[in-house]
Design a protein around this ligand. Structure first.
Ligand code: NAP
Length: 345
């Protein structure tokens, strides 16, 4: 059933934002250790997502993961404007946006960020990410067979040209931090070698069935905060991101048993595990956002439960990214450097 617009304007009791854990970045900035995802997965309308942002802020969320490609920054911007008009200070909220793949060109990065700033009605972003390390893009709502006709592999020299512009955004004061997303260890090693401003975060898929232990450790060891997307296994993800072998962490019997023990739903266990492990989950929700925030403020998982969940990793990547492949006959693994080296062109 499609989610309903929330009609009530009654005050809603929520979570004291001071009780929500936070991460300290190498800059000293504090980022709330859970955020609200805002990708409607091609089926939740922009207005419904913006409405969820409004109510999520009213019950204590202070971190919002946005992106130009989600198509809803204008609607979310109207929500932000109202929030700030009603007394919330800009510096109390963490706003992330992302550079879409069709804007990697040196002349496009700054204007694309300015468009997000204008849509989001913000003077600056706390974090701006390069959404994918490829300039290959796809139309909204496409299926898994869609391919960009001028698709190319990862070209480090080009990525660094984009990154220099990202650095300029920091110099200009338009963004406070810059970061990467959907990267691999070999690609990040090159970026760390060549960047003037190091990535502050890396956004990556992370849930109990896809824990990415090597990449996770690499980013932590390099002072980069891991932000975990699809923390619940993205049950509402678009059709193009589904394959028969995918598994659902919220249906794992171990997660279900731990949830029963704590008297919460399995989603809460995935979120508690993420925060306690050290990543920042950004669950999307227009119906359950209150539970998702509350669960990180009380009743932590025990060391034994954390260990039991660590053993659930199935290396089950859900967002495989097939639409970004650059050559006929490739499989999605080519995007993820699974042999430990950047996949040759
Ligand atoms: N950097 C990237 O490339 C990238 C890629 C993918 C996603 N992301 C970001 O990560 C965010 C999260 O990923 P995602 O939306 O794909 O997946 P997700 O957060 O794992 O799952 C969201 C789904 O779970 C449901 N849900 C949320 N809380 C629940 C609860 N407590 N109980 C039961 N169901 C619950 C939501 O339904 P309801 O709305 O009904 O609550 C929604 O269908 C995105 O919104 C986006 O901001 C980034």
């Amino acid at each position: 059933m499609p989610p309903m617009l929330i009609k009530s304007d009654k005050p809603i009791t929520g979570v004291d934002p001071a009780l929500v854990p936070f991460r300290t970045l190498t800059s000293g900035a504090r980022m709330p250790a859970i955020g609200l995802g805002t990708f409607g997965s091609d089926h939740v309308s922009h207005d419904v997502v913006a409405e969820a942002v409004k109510y999520a802020a009213s019950i204590g969320y202070r971190h919002f993961d946005c992106a130009s490609v989600y198509g809803n920054e204008e609607q979310i911007g109207r929500t932000f404007k109202a929030m700030f008009h009603n007394g919330l200070r800009r510096d109390e909220v963490w706003i992330t946006s992302k550079l879409w793949n069709d804007k990697h060109g040196e002349n496009d990065v700054i204007s694309s960020c300015e468009k997000s700033l204008s849509d989001l009605q913000a003077d600056y972003l706390d974090l701006y990410l390069v959404h994918w390390p490829f300039p290959n893009h796809h139309p909204p709502g496409c299926d898994v067979s869609a391919r960009f006709e001028n698709a190319v592999p990862y070209i480090h020299e080009n990525y660094m040209k984009t990154w220099r512009k990202m650095e300029e955004l920091v110099d200009l004061g338009l963004v406070r931090h810059i970061g990467t997303s959907n990267m691999t260890v070999p690609k990040l090693k090159l970026v760390l070698r060549d960047a003037r401003i190091q990535p502050a975060v890396n956004e990556m898929e992370l849930h109990p069935h896809f824990q990415q232990p090597e990449l996770f450790q690499f980013v932590v060891d390099n002072g980069i905060q891991p932000i975990g997307y699809c923390p619940l296994g993205s049950p509402g993800r678009p059709e193009r991101d589904r394959t028969p072998e995918d598994t659902a962490p919220t249906e794992d019997p171990v997660i279900i048993e731990i949830a029963r023990h704590h008297g919460v739903n399995p989603a809460a266990v995935c979120i508690k595990w993420a925060v306690q492990r050290g990543q920042t989950p950004i669950p999307f929700s227009v119906n359950h956002y209150r539970d998702n925030l509350e669960c990180v403020t009380r009743d932590p998982l025990s060391a034994g439960e954390m260990q039991a969940i660590a053993k659930l990793d199935r290396n089950c990547r859900l967002i495989k990214g097939q639409v970004f492949l650059w050559k006929d006959g490739q499989t999605w693994e080519a995007l993820w450097d699974v042999n430990g080296e950047i996949t040759p062109p």
